[in-house]
Design a protein around this ligand. Structure first.
Ligand code: NAD
Length: 394
């Protein structure tokens, strides 16, 4: 099958198996170019491991620290005549390369919110690894079926208590327009917290701990975002921000649980990046296009892999200083939040229109990064050639 990108709104409904494998290889090459990470974890569970920050965390753990990894993700498998999702192919690409390098890698494709997947993963740890010494929680999901009640909670990206109007961009068509989003209802707020808050992270840690598969000095980290004031009403102070506050509250409880035996729990605030999750948030893709323009010009631009390699090598391990902020969080968004970067961003924000979008922002870079997430635009891949869509999980 000759596989071309088919973009529908903020998703690409096709993905290229060989391109996804090449994207994973690029990330492995980057991590290896930075050298080994000392004192890193050796047995790592990544929840949300198939794309974005979770995939890059898994690659940093495996190829930077030499860790055995278990990945949990929710992806559509390929079939004889139907493409799988990018995360499916990414995982196969990762697993092939990890095993070729002599590293253990095992995968679970299913609903991480369910008790069933937790039990399966715990059994796999018992069988193969004994314990894990790092748990990365990197889920981004639009919905959660609650394991106790069966209720399906759907997350929304809305402001809280106020109507929000700002500029946004249709990244596909390159049109800048104004968007107005009405505030979330109480039920929508509660649902978003149920999906993207800390309850499931805490359930994972409790289940792993009770089963005796969490090393006494295990670390765990979950990811958050704060961003600039221009996005606060829709992000930091919106429904997703309230869910992230809930994640931070869970972090404090997990920390209390793990610290007596030498374990650690962290929230890492990461940079705004093109991902399948962030492309769905109004306003944010325009901010990212502006940010990329500024940070590329300054030579401080980073993608998921640069961020996660730095998190492991310059914060969590390698004898590094955690450099926590006043709320006890790791700030790997430090280059994004530099005052000069933010001041330039604010200036561009006030000027950007459909007509000057290409000139004032890195919308071209945004689009290229977006397609790369689905395996398109990678060097060395012949996109005119036939590619076998069906790749069984290994
Ligand atoms: P992503 O969409 O690239 O990855 C989400 C992962 O979760 C995938 O592996 C997916 O398969 C998995 N997943 C989703 N639902 C699942 C389910 N029910 N069961 C099992 N797996 C499931 O997202 P991302 O942007 O890498 O986000 C990861 C985390 O980082 C989120 O907490 C997000 O808020 C945070 N973050 C993102 C950004 C950004 O700009 N992208 C910035 C800072 C922090």
């Amino acid at each position: 099958m000759v596989i071309k990108p088919r973009v529908r709104g903020f998703v690409c409904v096709t993905s290229h198996p060989d391109g996804c494998a090449a994207h994973v290889q690029q990330q492995i090459d980057y991590v290896q170019s930075k050298g080994p990470i000392n004192d890193g974890p050796k047995k790592v569970l990544v929840i949300g491991s198939s794309t974005g920050f979770g995939l890059s965390s898994r690659i940093s753990a495996a190829f930077g620290c030499g860790a055995s990894t278990i990945g949990v993700f929710f992806e559509r498998p390929s079939e004889a005549d139907r493409l799988g999702t990018a995360g499916w192919y990414n995982t196969i690409g990762f697993t092939e390369k990890a095993r070729a390098a002599g590293l253990y890698a095992r995968n679970f494709n299913g609903d991480a919110f369910s008790d069933e997947i937790k039990t399966q993963v715990i059994n796999a740890i018992k069988e193969d690894l004994g314990t894990v010494d790092l748990v990365v929680y990197s889920l981004a999901s639009p919905r959660r079926t609650h394991p106790d009640t069966g209720t399906v909670h759907k997350s929304v990206l809305k402001p809280v208590g106020t109507t929000y109007s700002n500029r946004t961009v249709d990244t596909d068509r390159g049109v800048v327009s104004d968007v107005t989003i009405e505030p979330a209802s109480e039920a929508e707020i509660a649902d978003t917290i149920a999906v993207m808050g800390g309850d499931d992270w805490e359930r994972w840690i409790n289940a792993l701990s009770e089963a005796g598969v969490l090393a006494p000095d295990a670390d765990t980290v979950a990811y958050s975002y704060i961003g600039p004031e221009v996005t606060w009403d829709i992000y930091k102070n919106g429904t997703i921000g309230l869910a992230k506050n809930d994640l931070e509250a869970a972090c404090a409880r997990i920390k209390e649980k793990l610290s007596p035996t030498g374990g650690r729990a962290f929230i890492s605030v990461n940079k705004a990046l093109v991902s399948q999750a962030s492309s769905a948030i109004p306003v944010v893709p325009l901010y990212i296009s502006i940010l990329y323009k500024i940070m590329k010009a300054k030579g401080t631009h980073e993608g998921c892999i640069e961020q996660m390699q730095r998190l492991f090598a310059e914060r969590l391990y390698n004898g590094a200083d955690l450099q926590l902020d006043e709320a006890g969080r790791i700030r790997i968004d430090d280059l994004e939040t530099q005052p000069d970067v933010q001041a330039e961003g604010t200036a561009i924000w006030s000027q950007v229109t459909t007509e000057n979008l290409e000139e004032l922002t890195d919308i071209a870079g945004y689009r290229a990064e977006f397609l790369k997430m689905f395996g398109f635009g990678l060097p060395g891949i012949d996109y005119e050639a036939d590619s076998e869509p069906h790749r069984p999980m290994i």
